[in-house]
Design a protein around this ligand. Structure first.
Ligand SMILES: Nc1ncnc2c1ncn2[C@@H]1O[C@H](COP(=O)(O)OP(=O)(O)OP(=O)(O)O)[C@@H](O)[C@H]1O
Ligand SMILES: Nc1ncnc2c1ncn2[C@@H]1O[C@H](COP(=O)(O)OP(=O)(O)OP(=O)(O)O)[C@@H](O)[C@H]1O
Ligand SMILES: [Mg+2]
Ligand SMILES: [Mg+2]
Lengths: 258, 258
């Protein structure tokens, strides 16, 4: 049964989408069955893979308005494409309406979790790309997750800003049957910046086991890949960024087996 | 009377806060009277300057709940500090409540604009740091602005994502007495990435005059400055990043006089 990995951080531009897509590809390249879901109304992961939400009839949005027990919704929203190493559920701007739409709905935080039960048997991993926003979409991802990967941009503000996410997790832990598990991932790490190195040390001191050993360094190739609608493996599997995400995939696999 | 510069982009992590603080400092160093306002509930600009919103009694939040004609509110919220080259209004997490609080209030988009009238006479420039979010806070900043500076991270997704901001501007232009003026600023530019160079060319083709000549390159020193709670001028006024923001300040000054 699939392990659900939410990729979350309410700060923008820290590498959530890049991590969801690249780690998803890395796990697939290790032979795993992977599904990646775009839960961001801005649909960056979708656009990255050349799925243009405004042209799609069925997206992640439909999950939240599906009739109970409608198993057909997954058939409609999962995209498979020649050459793509993972299955993909695109996002849509209408996801932003859910904050209001679901306002009075009971158990609105459990919708994704319950819906995922229908497809968990088919995959080894489901990665969920989250919006940079604390709200009903993020809560759904956190509740559904077995692990929350928190990309952090090792600068002072990033560390300060992460409290918001921890407050949300702490709140959820009061009501969930099992606590939300998380692990921080240093991204866009700039070895030359002593601030980066200091803050990474601080993170490891404070969070210990809850920081991945793998660090994703700044790598120009990520932007290049993004501009070409590819993940970095398709651009150059030997570039440092690709190797680091593969190392992260192995780290996640090992943890699975301990 | 002050020229109001909103710094806006609904994408996260593109350099809005860095631009608001650094450009504010650059204009001040050219001898201008400058006020910088933090309109982001996450309060990054405030924390950057070591103003911790949770410890403050008066912040930008108070502007939106002030009694009409309460000129005392500005006295309470403007911070001046030894060594700071501009005046500063801190943000607060409670700003995020305004979306709901102001839901039924008439002319909720005009609050900042009307309030700023009380202090515009004291400054040459007011810079407003906006949250990465389309909502009532952003609309207030756009409506109040004489110019919207849009930091763009010259990658494919950034260009695609900017349509959301343009949609908002187009909508506002239908109801505002004068249209919202904007100018894009390429930030975190990576000369080595051909994707960056291509997208900058694309931007200049499509937007022409509406792109600043100045380009802000990737510079490790920005993160360093951020970690030390300083703007880059205090760290090293000769570093490329500092020189580029000074160049941007001059570009804005020139345009003022044409
Ligand atoms: N390790 C890296 N080195 C250099 N650039 C990177 C790296 N990781 C991501 N990027 C680039 O940084 C930008 C932001 O990354 P990304 O979109 O993954 O962040 P995000 O957290 O998903 O943003 P948002 O909050 O807007 O969803 C993109 O242009 C991406 O290509
Ligand atoms: N030109 C630059 N070169 C390198 N790093 C930069 C540059 N400009 C900003 N940064 C760094 O990038 C990170 C994000 O910048 P910043 O906080 O200004 O973006 P933002 O758009 O305000 O983000 P948010 O949407 O979360 O408010 C910060 O760590 C900042 O120090
Ligand atoms: Mg993203
Ligand atoms: Mg900011």
């Amino acid at each position: 049964e699939a392990r659900i990995l939410a990729v979350a951080n309410q700060k923008g531009g820290v590498g959530k989408t890049t991590t969801a897509l690249t780690l998803g590809a890395a796990l697939a390249r290790l032979g795993r069955q992977v599904l990646v879901m775009d839960l961001d109304p801005h649909g960056n992961a979708s656009v990255h893979l050349a799925f243009y939400p405004e042209n799609l009839d069925y997206t992640a949005y439909d999950l939240f308005h599906a009739e109970e027990g409608d198993s057909g919704v997954w058939e409609r929203i999962v995209k498979r494409r020649e050459g793509m190493c993972f299955d993909f559920v695109p996002g849509h701007i209408r996801l932003s309406e859910l904050e209001v739409d679901l306002k009075d709905r009971r158990n609105k935080g459990l919708i994704l979790s319950e819906s995922l039960a229908q497809v968990r048997g088919r995959y080894d991993y489901v990665l969920v790309d989250c919006p940079p926003h604390v709200g009903v979409l993020l809560v759904n991802a956190l509740v559904a997750s077995d692990l929350v990967i928190i990309p952090i941009q090792t600068d002072f503000l990033a560390l300060y800003g992460i409290r918001l996410l921890f407050d949300t997790i702490r709140l959820l832990n009061k009501v969930l049957p099992r606590p939300v598990r998380f692990k921080a991932l240093a991204t866009m790490f700039d070895k030359r910046a002593s601030a980066c190195r200091r803050i990474l040390r601080l993170m490891r001191d404070k969070l210990g086991e809850r920081v991945f050993d793998t660090v994703i360094n700044l790598d120009t190739r990520f932007r290049e890949a993004c501009a070409q609608g590819r993940v970095i493996f398709e651009l150059d599997p030997e570039t440092r960024g690709a190797l680091e995400y593969t190392q992260l995939a192995r780290e996640i696999e090992e943890h699975e087996n301990t």
